[in-house]
Design a protein around this ligand. Structure first.
Ligand SMILES: [Zn+2]
Length: 249
């Protein structure tokens, strides 16, 4: 979006910590560099964006005891958005916790999201786009950073599965049980790890086919790991599953 200079009028950032991405996008929107890389970080607009003093970037956060974005704030935003930008070609509004708009505020906001001035960019940040009014959500392009978070989790699960495989291949039952114990507190992670482990075992089995004894052992372990995964899926107690699985080693 940024490279082709087609930043939509409404972007919804779905993230637990949207600040960096929102600031980056806001800086890219106001950046006055002619080059392809925006934000360039060097032009006066980027410098002002970085120091939080750009007149065309406004941050809005929930206020007061009720911790909401009020209808007054939404109306103020709306009338301000109809005034041309000062320095940049665009005018950016970042709404943190946009899901904490009161219903009136969301409706006031909706009016400008439906017919935004061409130069306006509204960045709505929230933990989940599902918490926004459907009418608001449908106006925006959703950018979610959960993909990255998922990759990190998948990496951690694979690492744990590799450690289990190592202990298994070495016949180190003590280490194996210790690793399983760490998984018991989170059933979802336990299940995913067993799934990853059965994948690694199946790979090992394919690559060592014909190697006699180890094939038999791997096949036996693969069956046991699959059974353990099924047991966890059926809500069997974690410690019981660990105990049964480690007996197979
Ligand atoms: Zn710049």
């Amino acid at each position: 979006m940024i490279r082709s200079d087609r930043i939509p009028n409404t972007v919804i950032i779905e993230s637990m910590s949207p600040e960096d991405l929102a600031s980056f996008l806001a800086a890219a929107a106001v950046c006055s560099s002619d080059g392809p890389e925006k934000p360039c970080g060097l032009c006066p607009d980027c410098k002002k964006a970085k120091s939080g003093t750009h007149p065309d970037i406004t941050e809005i956060r929930p206020v007061g005891k009720a911790n909401v974005i009020t209808v007054e704030m939404a109306r103020e935003l709306r009338s301000d958005a109809y005034i041309q930008p000062n320095d940049a070609d665009r005018k950016v509004y970042i709404l943190y916790n946009a899901d904490l708009c009161t219903e009136q505020a969301a409706n006031a906001l909706l009016k400008i999201l439906e017919e935004p001035p061409v130069y306006a960019v509204f960045i709505l940040c929230c933990a989940s786009a599902g918490s926004l009014l459907p009418t608001v959500r449908s106006r925006g392009v959703i950018v979610s950073d959960f993909g990255e978070a998922k990759t990190v989790v998948a990496g951690k699960i694979q690492k744990k599965a590799d450690e289990l495989l190592g202990a298994m291949m070495a016949g180190d039952r003590y280490q194996f049980v210790k690793l399983l114990k760490q998984l018991e507190k989170d059933r979802a992670v336990y299940k995913e790890t067993l799934f990853a482990l059965s994948g690694s075992l199946a790979d090992a089995l394919r690559s060592s086919a014909g190697a006699g004894q180890s094939v038999f052992k791997l096949a036996k372990m693969l069956g046991a790991v699959r059974d353990a995964g099924d047991a966890i899926s059926r809500n069997a107690a974690g410690p019981l599953v660990s105990a049964v699985l480690s007996m197979q080693l």
